[in-house]
Write a protein that binds this ligand. Structure first.
Ligand code: SDX
Length: 391
């Protein structure tokens, strides 16, 4: 425009990277983690098996898996000093604000173990983060409820432990329902990683400067919070509540089509998937299983199912290739389990921590790893003379 920049063919390259962790074919609705299809992992493996393969590259055998599970279990407790951080928050602070702050603060407890060029120290940080995020997430919920923190237990599975820390109270032990624990575990797996999405790219860019892993994951939490990204599950449920009934759907469909109306159908559309999000398919089945198990007849599910049906037949949504994404059904499951809407993105963040830290570990393992430096197309003024104020 001003003749002041020459197009740098490297422009598109500086923001991209090589990775062997996750493969997505948006046109075919394919999502592979280390080559394994997401629907097989979500229905045949548990979340910690998926964590192991994201971090280490291969599915664990029984012995390796037992060792990994034990290592994670032994890191689930947080330093007692972390408890004090919460006292500074208002009780109505958004749990994502607490998660973001406390995750970054974790680095202050491990200054002795932060050599990012040492693979073993990197993996120890990765294990600590995967292990502690559910504990911190549950603490944020307990703090917002004015209830005492519940310590992690070594006799429970990863998802059972999270549910117990969320719902146990001194007066009454939480009875873990295996169907609910399995659904929770599946939600963790379905959100574990997703290639170079906004929050993972944020973690990679932060890590490329040499920042410590806890600070990088805090940056990922911040990026995920946005309603266009991880905040969509919370926004989707609030949208379903706002629509309220099946007969109101056409009105909202028209609003979503109106370019002048900022309303978007949350839980629909994806930057990469242009046919269907394979995670949404598994999530939909899980949603029906949970509601059947709990014998819940949630009118929001009726609204969600009718919205999905209409959107699938509406020419605007077909033309724009807007299908339900991973966030469309997760909110209904979480609500059925008794998890408040404000905690939905926190659960997305704790699930995605393993993806973030696997990408960070992969990047920091590279020879000659360089700091990221995305370029720009300059559209401002050409050079001009400055006239100082007459003071
Ligand atoms: C996640 O990147 C990832 O991998 C993310 C994620 C992960 O696991 O990390 O998959 C998780 O973030 C899923 C997405 C959750 N977000 C939402 O559900 C929010 C609602 N969705 C939209 O905000 C939107 O679909 C995005 C942000 C997801 C994608 O936005 P894009 O890139 O603008 O979508 P697009 O280019 O494919 O849009 C095509 C058209 C556009 O219209 P035109 O400019 O072509 O006229 O469709 C329109 C958009 O305006 N459109 C929508 C819409 N989504 C896109 N119109 C109405 N409702 C919507 N939801």
């Amino acid at each position: 425009k001003h003749g002041y920049f020459t197009f740098d063919p490297g422009f598109l390259a500086t923001g991209s990277c090589e990775s062997a962790i996750t493969f997505i074919d948006g046109g075919k609705g394919v999502l592979l983690h280390r080559g394994y299809p997401i629907d097989e992992l979500a229905t045949q493996a548990d979340y910690l098996e998926v964590c192991y393969m994201l971090l280490h590259g291969e599915a664990p055998d029984e012995e390796t898996y037992a060792e990994f599970k034990d290592a994670i279990t032994k890191h689930t407790m947080v330093h007692q000093g972390i408890h004090n951080f919460f006292n500074g928050f208002r009780r109505d602070a958004h749990p994502m604000a607490m998660l973001c702050a406390v995750t970054g603060a974790l680095s202050s407890f491990y200054h002795h173990d932060l050599d990012i060029h040492d693979s073993e120290q990197r993996l120890r940080s990765a294990y600590r983060l995967v292990a502690k995020m559910p504990t911190i997430a549950a603490m944020a919920y307990k703090y917002s409820m004015g209830q005492p923190f519940v310590y992690p237990r070594n006799d429970l599975s990863y998802s059972e432990n999270f549910l117990n820390m969320m719902f146990s109270v001194p007066a009454e032990e939480y009875q873990v329902n295996p169907i609910i624990a399995k659904a929770m575990d599946r939600i963790f797996t379905l959100h574990a990683d997703h290639e170079q999405n906004a929050s993972t790219s944020t973690v990679r860019l932060a890590g490329s400067s040499g920042a410590n892993p806890y600070a990088c994951i805090a940056a990922g939490v911040a990026s995920l919070w946005g309603p266009a990204h991880g905040g969509a599950n919370e926004a989707c449920l609030r949208m379903l509540e706002k629509i309220g009934s099946v007969d109101k759907i056409p009105e909202y469909i028209e609003k979503a089509k109106d370019k002048d109306d900022p309303f978007r159908l949350m839980g629909f559309g994806h930057r990469v998937y242009k046919n269907f999000d394979p995670r949404a398919t598994v999530m939909r089945d899980t949603c029906h299983e949970v509601l059947q198990e709990l014998d819940i007849d949630d009118p929001l599910l009726d609204v969600a199912m009718e919205l999905e049906r209409i959107a699938r037949e509406d020419e605007y949504f077909i033309e724009k290739k807007l299908y339900p994404n991973v966030d469309f059904y997760s909110g209904i499951i979480l609500k059925a389990i008794g998890i408040p809407t404000s905690m939905f993105t926190v659960i997305f963040a704790l699930s995605r921590t393993v993806g973030w830290v696997s990408h960070w570990h992969e990047m920091m393992s590279e020879e000659n790893q360089k700091i990221g430096r995305p370029r720009q197309l300059y559209t401002g003024h050409t050079q001009r003379k400055f006239s100082p104020l007459k003071k």
